[in-house]
Write a protein that binds this ligand. Structure first.
Ligand code: 5GP
Ligand code: ZN
Length: 113
């Protein structure tokens, strides 16, 4: 997707603070962190949102969670804990339409944020 910010981040057209990369996923620090650690984990494949995901994407989307687990350990968050969030469309406040996990940690999170 040529007009997608996260596709541009994945291919290096837009710089990002890299945290993790493998054959299916890339992770980088959120530009406007909502917690001491705020990382975005995205599939290399462009999937617009959960609404656009198909059963064929289950492996790729599941892979984001195992990447998140590795990143949480790498960032020293595994023991104290962290939160994974996926926003979908307007009511959830989705602003970038390339599916992503927010990984938030490093402080006590309240129930809804
Ligand atoms: P959403 O609101 O769609 O769930 O999350 C999009 C996230 O992407 C936001 O937290 C926003 O700060 C982050 N973001 C948007 N543009 C950029 C960018 O160019 N670089 C980085 N690192 N994060 C971005
Ligand atoms: Zn994209």
């Amino acid at each position: 997707m040529t007009d997608c910010v996260f596709c541009k981040i994945i291919n290096g057209e837009i710089p990002s603070a890299s945290v993790y990369r493998d054959e299916q996923a890339y992770a980088f620090r959120d530009i406007a962190p909502a917690a001491p650690t705020h990382i975005l984990i995205v599939p290399l494949k462009h999937i617009g949102s959960v609404n656009e995901m198909t059963e064929a994407d289950e492996q790729i989307v599941g892979h984001l969670f195992t990447a998140a687990k590795k990143i949480a350990a790498q960032e020293g968050l595994a023991e104290n804990g962290y939160r994974l969030i996926v926003n979908t469309n307007a009511h959830a406040g989705q602003t970038v339409f390339h599916i992503h996990l927010h990984l938030l940690g490093g402080r006590q999170l309240t129930k809804m944020g």
